[in-house]
Design a protein around this ligand. Structure first.
Ligand SMILES: [Zn+2]
Length: 105
């Protein structure tokens, strides 16, 4: 996989021979090039960046699990919003601990 930034590093002539695999539009520099079957335009890269990287991490995590011998196991991913909400709840201080009286009668 490589980023083709201009004509000088468009070694395979992808800009003229290929279209974006996602939107099927023409390629303009810069674009992502991965083999002669996959090229993504900059706009689609921007649209896909969070989901694509999360998908890479997801696949790699499952592969590592399988490599450790857990061949029948898999991992599912929570939606990001749910995970962020759960994280916020974990970080919120417990009100009863903050208001706990320090002096005894
Ligand atoms: Zn595109």
């Amino acid at each position: 996989m490589s980023v083709v930034t201009h004509e000088a590093n468009d070694f395979y002539g992808a800009k003229t021979r290929q279209r974006c695999a996602q939107c099927e539009g023409p390629l303009h520099y810069p674009f992502l090039h991965w083999s002669n079957q996959l090229a993504l335009c900059a706009r689609c890269c921007a649209d896909m960046k969070n989901g694509l990287f999360a998908d890479f991490v997801h696949v790699i995590a499952i592969k590592k699990l399988h490599d450790l011998g857990y061949k029948l196991e898999t991992l599912t991913r929570e939606q990001t919003a749910w995970a962020m909400e759960r994280q916020k709840k974990k970080q919120a201080p417990e009100p009863e601990l903050i208001n706990f009286p320090m002096e005894r009668k």
